[in-house]
Design a protein around this ligand. Structure first.
Ligand code: URA
Length: 436
């Protein structure tokens, strides 16, 4: 097929034969499909969807665009991972990889960059000077065996098709597509050679899927495709109607992670989501028989300092500083302008348009407007007061970190415009909406 024939078939609502899908993925991987052609096909898939067979073929072809890790005989425990469909302030992967490692699982996590309004684990880790998310396969395998986890990105060797398609989707409004998300996530996860996968399917105003029906459809697509590939999989639909934790923005989220792992501060919703997902991973993998013992082990991984220790070792082993926990301010970029965002009125924080908050971070420079853009690591929001909080007029409800006063003021207006207020305590969303 010529690229334009494949695009036309999908544009006209047809079903792509497996050979066309394989050719498309090969073309993304070796750049013989231009950025425009890749974007056009992504948009056609976004608009017209894919049949299950097409989604499975796309996932397989993207997995096989690079190497598939094989762990047979190399580890003393199950190969376990989690992945989120994406949110704002969702830094849970940074905590859970070392926590699960401390509990006896092995986590070869292949993560992504920011996508649309959502933040990306790779962008967060790359704010640590020297930390490289592109590692040789031998190094990934050796460090997973030694430490219990590594977090890296797609590379020329691992899911390279997703690396290119992801950057193009990010800036062409083609993120919210069930087949594209399924193939993107599972190509990375299947390339990692997993036994067990817990999916965090976000739901709500800051998620890719805004309601239970859409999130359930996405979860079902991912769970069925992953199970079909032989991975034990569970999806938790967790709440993304507000930022997760107290920060959104790359360095700010790394700082929150350090505080979380050392116990300086654990924002309650963030902690609960982390424990729920971790307990699912530990139970699915057979490491713990029930939720109570799994949660106790996760708590122990924190109080013993073991998860922090593993995170510190991972950072230094992948090229970052050995004393990040001791001297974060020396290593992590700080924004030149930090302004308080004050409550314009008294009352309860009732709801948040969290996609708008995520786009405010992107506009501050924390995300991309085109695929090659270098992001500003330091910008974003911190000290975020959670929904349900009761404040007086003038109270600080968040801080904005920006490159200039103008950018900070614009982001402040966007942050405030995203909030709704109520006079009485609002009904809060459950943390876990559903398990599939
Ligand atoms: N996370 C991914 O890795 N890919 C998507 O498409 C969405 C979320």
């Amino acid at each position: 097929y010529l690229p334009q024939e494949i695009i036309k078939l999908k544009r006209n609502g047809g079903q792509l034969p497996e050979a066309a899908i394989q050719q498309f993925v090969a073309g993304i991987t070796d750049n013989s499909f231009s950025e425009g052609q890749t974007a056009a096909l992504a948009m056609a898939i976004y608009l017209n969807g894919m049949a299950t067979e097409e989604t499975v073929a796309l996932t397989r072809a993207m997995r096989d665009s690079g190497a598939v890790l094989n762990w047979a005989g190399k580890l003393n425990g199950p190969v376990v991972d989690k992945h989120s469909t994406g949110g704002v302030g969702d830094k849970v992967s940074l905590m859970l990889a070392p926590m699960i490692a401390a509990c006896g699982g092995y986590v070869p996590m292949i993560a992504g960059r920011g996508l649309g309004h959502t933040g990306g684990t790779v962008d967060k880790l790359e704010t640590i000077p020297g930390y490289s998310c592109t590692q040789p396969l031998a190094k990934i395998q050796a460090e997973v065996a030694r430490l219990g986890c590594v977090i890296v990105g797609q590379s020329a060797e691992l899911a390279p098709a997703d690396r290119r398609l992801y950057l193009i989707r990010d800036v062409t409004a083609t993120v919210e597509s069930i087949p594209l998300i399924t193939a993107s996530i599972l190509s990375k996860k299947l390339a990692a050679g997993l036994d067990v996968l817990t999916m965090d399917v976000k739901i709500g105003s800051g998620a890719i899927m805004k309601n239970v029906a859409d999130a359930s459809a996405l979860a079902t697509s991912i769970v069925n495709t992953a199970k079909g590939a032989g991975v034990k999989t569970q999806a938790l639909l967790t709440d993304m109607n507000e930022c997760l934790g107290a920060t959104a923005g790359n360095v700010l989220e790394v700082l929150e992670t350090l505080d979380y792992l050392t116990g300086k501060y654990r924002e309650p919703r963030l902690h609960q989501v982390t424990l729920e997902l971790g307990a699912s991973m530990l139970q699915l993998s057979g490491l713990f028989a029930d939720k109570t013992s799994a949660v106790a082990a996760l708590e122990r991984s924190l109080t013993s300092g073991k998860a922090a220790e593993i995170f510190a070792q991972m950072v230094s082993s992948l090229g970052g500083p050995a004393d990040l926990f001791e001297k974060p301010a020396q290593y992590l970029a700080a924004a030149p302008v930090v302004l308080d965002i004050q409550a314009p009125q008294a009352g309860y924080l009732a709801a948040s348009d969290t996609t708008a908050v995520g786009m405010a971070v992107v506009r501050l420079g924390g995300g991309r407007a085109h695929p090659a853009q270098v992001i500003d690591p330091a910008v974003g929001f911190s000290d975020i007061v959670a929904l349900g909080g009761k404040v007086s007029q003038g109270d600080v409800i968040a801080r904005v970190h920006a490159a200039s006063v103008e950018a900070a003021q614009k982001a402040t207006s966007e942050y405030l415009a995203a909030l709704s207020w109520s006079e009485s305590a609002p009904q809060l969303h459950p943390i876990v909406h559903k398990i599939i």
